[in-house]
Design a protein around this ligand. Structure first.
Ligand code: ZN
Length: 194
């Protein structure tokens, strides 16, 4: 049998150097004879396996040809995110959120007592993209799967009539008048159009 393939060798190399800046020359040395493949392998780790390997495009203190794997790579993606979120943004969100769910405080790898499964973090939009939310730090946060699911239900399900009426009944008179005024304008406009 042959030794480990080039991808596995790069994997091992980065795992042995977590948090350290490494150079393309070191990566090439680690991979051995298949020199031309190293850049593609690094890209595959970043894009397909979601390893947080940063380059000079992601971090100003890195020069071209320098790379750093900043964290232990997610075991079969303990962190999920949409493709549009760059490695740099992901690192910033996770760093700002301290690698914990922003609703319940669980960390990836912990066992979720509710599900009995390992916690996975999702980097999600606070304001959904379908509602105009952007891929930027202020609109992103880390949530565990359980909280992420709950948040999704709140933002995507339309509130029911009963729920809306109950909220209006609980509100103060000024708020009720504001709702009345908003509805009056909205429906007067609509009638005027037809
Ligand atoms: Zn949570």
């Amino acid at each position: 049998m042959r030794g480990p393939g080039s991808k596995e060798r790069i994997r091992r190399f980065f795992l042995a150097n977590i948090g350290k800046v490494v150079t393309s020359i070191q990566i090439r040395d680690a991979i051995g004879p298949n020199v031309s493949e190293w850049a593609r392998r690094v890209r595959e780790l970043r894009e397909d396996e979601q390893w947080l390997i940063l380059t000079h495009n992601d971090r100003a203190d890195l020069s071209p040809g320098q790379y750093i794997l900043t964290e232990i790579p997610p075991e079969k993606s303990a962190v999920k995110f949409s493709r549009s979120i760059s490695a740099k943004l992901r690192a910033e969100v996770l760093d700002r959120n301290g690698f914990t769910c922003q609703m319940c405080g669980k960390c990836p790898g912990e066992i979720d007592p509710d599900t009995g499964r390992k916690v996975r973090l999702h980097i999600g939009h606070i304001k959904d993209k379908s509602l105009g939310g952007k891929d930027e730090l202020s609109n992103l946060r880390a949530l565990c799967s359980t909280c992420n699911q709950g948040a999704k239900n709140i933002t995507t399900e339309k509130p029911t009539r009963i729920w809306l009426l109950s909220q209006i009944r609980r509100a103060g008179q000024d708020e009720q008048l504001a709702v009345y005024e908003w509805l009056r304008v909205k429906f007067t406009k609509r009638r005027g159009k037809s």
